[in-house]
Design a protein around this ligand. Structure first.
Ligand code: T4K
Length: 385
C-alpha cells in the first residue's frame, strides 16, 4: 500500500539548518518577548509581503482576537459561514455577534451584493475571509464599509504571499490577519500575524499582545499574552528562504491536477481571479453528485480506502455548529450558496513535494471510484428489471 496522502504536509527545513538557529537561541538565552529572531522576522516578512507593519503572534486565532481588540470592535460583525471555526469564534470571544452573510459561487467569498442587506444599526465591522487565498471583492467591500462607517478586518489566514492588482492583498481593509499554522504554506509550527498600515496601530497591537505593557512598569491596556517565541520565529526565517520555490511548485501541482481532472463530468475547480498572483495553497474541487454519479461524502470515504485523506474544508458551515445554529442569520435559507458549496467541496492533497505519481494516484482513484460506483448502480438497476 502507498504511504498515506494527507491533505497537506508541513514544510520542514533540513534539521541541520534549524540547529544552527537553535544554537544562537541557546547562546543568547533570549527565548521570547520580542527577541532578535522575532524582530528580524517582522522586518523580513514586511519586506517579503510588501506591507508596512507586521506584528507576530503565537497563532492566527489570537491574532484575530487581538485585531478586534485593536479596533475596539464590539457589536455585530458581518462574516462568512464558509471558513474555519476560528473566524467566528474570535468574534464571540470578543463579545461580538457574528452575522452570517452568503458567499458568491465564483470565489466562495462573501458576496458583496448581499452584504448591505445584513447591515443594521448594530453592525460595527465586516470580517471577510480570502478563502483558499482567493481575494475577496475587495473594492466593493471597501466601498460598502466606507458608506456605512464600518471597519474591515480580513481573515487572510490562507493568503500568505497573495497579490492583487500588483500589491499585497494584505494592504486592503483596516487590518489583515495571517496564520502560520503547521498546515499553512508558510509555517512557524503555530503562529500568526496582524498586518497594519500605520505606526500608532502597530504600537497598540504590540501592547495588546504583551499584557498591555508599554514599558517595564506601565500597563496602558488590558492586553493578553499572544507573543511569538524565538523558536517559532527562527522557523519562520528559514521558511522564508524557500517560500517562492514552494509556491512555484504548488502552481505546478494545481496545473497538473486541472489537466488530469478537467474531463471528469461532475468535477469543477475554483476559478483563478483576474489581476491576482495566487499562492495555490489549497486545491479544492466541487463534486456534483448528479453528474459525477457519487456523492462528495461517499467519494471522501472511498478515497480513504486508497490511503488518501482529503478534507471537507469547510463542512459543516460555521453557522451549522450548535453554538451558532440559533442565530437568525444561520438559517440555511439565508445562506443558499454557502450551503451548496459546503455539500460539494473536497480539498485534495496539496503540498509542494507532492509528486507527479501521487497526483496520478489521487486522480486515478477518483476516476476508479466513479467507475466502480456507476457499475454497481447499473448492476442494481439490471437486477430490479
Ligand atoms: N481562519 C482561517 C480561515 C483558518 O483556516 C484558520 C486555521 C484560522 C483562522 C486559525 O488560525 P490558527 O489559529 O490555526 O493559526 C487545520 C489547522 O489546524 C488550522 O490552522 C487551519 N485553519 C484549518 C483549515 O486546518 P484541521 O483540524 O484540519 O487540522 P489537522 O490537524 O486535522 O491537519 C490536517 C492534516 O494535515 C492532517 O490530516 C495531517 C496534516 N498535518 C497536520 C499537522 C497539524 C501534518 O502532516 N502535520 C501536522 O503537524 O485544522
Amino acid at each position: 500500500m502507498n504511504q498515506p496522502l494527507y491533505v497537506t504536509k508541513p514544510y520542514l527545513p533540513p534539521l541541520e539548518e534549524f540547529k544552527t538557529y537553535l544554537e544562537k537561541i541557546w547562546e543568547r538565552q533570549i527565548l521570547t518577548n520580542g527577541g532578535p529572531f522575532h524582530e528580524q522576522l517582522e522586518e523580513e516578512l514586511a519586506k517579503y509581503l510588501g506591507v508596512k507593519y507586521v506584528s507576530l503572534f503565537a497563532n492566527g486565532t489570537l491574532a484575530l482576537m487581538t485585531a478586534l481588540q485593536t479596533l475596539r470592535i464590539s457589536g455585530d460583525v458581518i462574516t462568512t459561514p464558509f471558513s474555519f471555526a476560528a473566524t467566528a469564534h474570535s468574534l464571540l470571544w470578543n463579545g461580538s455577534k457574528p452575522v452570517f452573510c452568503d458567499i458568491e459561487p465564483g470565489t466562495y467569498n462573501l458576496d458583496p451584493s448581499k452584504l448591505e442587506a445584513s447591515i443594521t444599526p448594530d453592525t460595527k465591522a465586516i470580517m471577510p475571509v480570502h478563502v483558499y487565498g482567493t481575494p475577496c471583492k475587495i473594492d466593493k467591500i471597501q466601498e460598502i464599509a466606507t458608506d456605512h462607517g464600518l471597519k474591515v478586518i480580513y481573515d487572510a489566514c490562507h493568503s500568505f504571499g497573495v497579490r492583487y492588482k500588483g500589491e499585497s492583498v494584505l494592504n486592503y481593509g483596516d487590518l489583515s490577519v495571517l496564520s502560520f499554522h503547521a498546515t499553512k504554506i508558510f509555517n512557524t509550527f503555530e503562529g500568526g500575524a496582524i498586518i497594519s498600515h500605520d505606526p500608532i496601530t502597530k504600537r497598540r497591537i504590540d501592547f495588546l499582545k504583551n499584557f498591555g505593557f508599554s514599558d517595564e512598569v506601565t500597563v496602558v491596556t488590558p492586553g493578553m499574552n499572544a507573543k511569538m517565541n524565538e523558536v517559532q520565529a527562527a522557523m519562520g526565517l528559514i521558511q522564508l528562504k524557500t517560500i517562492d520555490q514552494r509556491i512555484e511548485r504548488l502552481k505546478n501541482v494545481s496545473l497538473n491536477y486541472k489537466k488530469r481532472l478537467k474531463n471528469i463530468e461532475g468535477i469543477t475547480f475554483l476559478d483563478e481571479v483576474a489581476d491576482t498572483k495566487h499562492n495555490y495553497s489549497y486545491f479544492p474541487i466541487l463534486i456534483d453528485e448528479e453528474k459525477f454519479g457519487v456523492s462528495r461524502d461517499k467519494t471522501y470515504e472511498l478515497l480513504k480506502t486508497f490511503n488518501i485523506f482529503t478534507r471537507r474544508y469547510f463542512y459543516p458551515l460555521i453557522s451549522e455548529f450548535p453554538v451558532y445554529k440559533s442565530l437568525p442569520s444561520s438559517n440555511p435559507s439565508n445562506l443558499p450558496i454557502a450551503t451548496e458549496i459546503s455539500r460539494k467541496i473536497l480539498c485534495l492533497p496539496n503540498f509542494a513535494v507532492l509528486t507527479q505519481g501521487e497526483i496520478e494516484h489521487v486522480c486515478n482513484s477518483i476516476i476508479e471510484i466513479q467507475k466502480t460506483v456507476k457499475e454497481e448502480v447499473n448492476q442494481d438497476a439490471r437486477l430490479v428489471f
